[in-house]
Design a protein around this ligand. Sequence first.
Ligand SMILES: [Zn+2]
Length: 76
Amino acid sequence: MTCLSCKSGEMTESTTTYTVTLKNCILIIKNVPCVKCTQCGDELFNTDILEKIDDIILMAEKMASEISIIDYTKVA
Ligand SMILES: [Zn+2]
């Protein structure tokens, strides 16, 4: 699979740290599976992963701590 952004890099399976700013907190999800471009570092997530991230975001919003750090491999 070729990268859609730079059109020259190769997308390879990897993991990344997903950071999102919510209304009342910052959420950091570690070890999220993704495909990453070897050339420009662009990252893509598949639909299953994005749905799981949505679940984790809902969970984090309920925790009401200012910064939440969640390990994806422990909640998936
Ligand atoms: Zn690329």
